[in-house]
Design a protein around this ligand. Structure first.
Ligand code: MLT
Ligand code: MN
Ligand code: ZN
Length: 309
């Protein structure tokens, strides 16, 4: 299985259009040790020919342009794409709005939880993906299903499972408990290669590493995990947004309650942070936080990083 990070940034990307935080200023100025990042998405393929997107970010057009493997195959057909399916982990803007880039009468499949499919059906702009060409498939929870798209077996299966998190920001109901969040609003994905039997995990949003998640991840070969914030309060401290990480549905990397500590005894062979917010000090290659993550065995995801599993 081939995995490519299309976008390692969180919503807004890096730099974010309206942000003048220290990191955004540094990357805009071309300071050494800072790399720009597009918004949150991975591409996965069993054979290198047909690809599955894990989330579809607002930067998808740019990400496709930067990935020769995602260009039309050059097999003589005047229209075509190696992208045969898109799997969504939630209904967040940074994960679904790239679907609109995939207009132009091309067949593929969209896999998502029922409530995310309801968001797509509830907004007619997504009908630009013609129903007779773009299949919308409900992801069952905790059940492995084989991925297909444009009539092809893609050689991969997905097992989607609920993780602690939060309903999409624009769907929040201030009067409901947990803002109206229900089980399945935030999914983790295990992607399994049929031929090799190898699998990896993709969890770009997660507010807590609870006992069921620990059991799933123990001994995993490869995990792409929520690296949104380093500290629970960093957005407040930098004057960016008056919200903590937990209020946004994201666990922090550092500290006793963070993901570095939670992964310490999981025996995961390779672990890579993705969905990294522009406020996160790990974006600075010479920061002490980057060094702490590296010393704990973590990689900081970068756009274009490819992994062969
Ligand atoms: C998130 O990851 O928390 C969301 O993408 C937030 C947002 O919609 O801005
Ligand atoms: Mn996000
Ligand atoms: Zn910023």
């Amino acid at each position: 299985m081939l995995i490519k990070i299309l976008g390692s940034g969180a919503g807004g990307g890096f730099p974010q259009w309206n942000c003048e935080c220290a990191n955004c200023r540094a990357v805009r100025a071309g300071a050494p040790g800072f790399a720009a990042r597009t918004q949150s998405s991975l591409a996965v393929s069993a054979d290198g020919d047909n690809w599955v997107l894990l989330n579809a970010s607002p930067d998808l057009r740019q990400q496709i342009a930067a990935s020769p493997a995602l260009a039309p195959a050059g097999n003589g057909a005047v229209r075509g794409s190696p992208i045969k399916a898109v799997v969504l982990t939630n209904g967040d803007v940074d994960h679904i709005s790239g679907l609109l880039t995939l207009r132009e009468a091309q067949a593929f499949s969209v896999y998502a939880a029922r409530r995310v499919l309801d968001v797509l059906s509830g907004n007619r702009i997504f009908d630009i993906l013609a129903r007779n060409l773009v299949a919308r498939v409900e992801l069952p929870l905790d059940e492995k299903i084989a991925l297909t798209g444009a009539g092809l077996d893609l050689g991969l299966s997905i097992k989607a499972f609920p993780v602690p998190g939060k309903i999409a920001l624009y769907l929040e109901d201030a009067s409901a408990p947990d803002f109206g969040t229900k089980e399945g609003d935030t999914l983790g994905l295990e992607i399994i290669d049929h031929k090799t039997g190898r699998s990896c995990f993709y969890i770009p949003g997660c507010s807590k590493i609870d006992a069921p998640l620990v059991r799933r991840l123990e001994g995993a070969s490869l995990v792409f995990f929520d690296g949104t914030l380093y500290r629970e309060n960093e957005m407040i401290e930098q004057g960016l947004l008056g919200k903590t990480g937990s209020r946004m549905g994201h666990i922090n990397i550092g500290g006793e309650d963070g993901s570095i500590a939670a992964f310490k005894r999981l025996g995961v062979a390779r672990k890579i942070y993705v969905h990294i917010n522009n406020s996160n000090p790990v974006l600075n290659a010479s920061s002490k936080e980057r060094e702490t993550a590296r010393a704990a065995g973590w990689e900081i995801g970068e756009d274009g990083l490819e992994v062969l599993l």
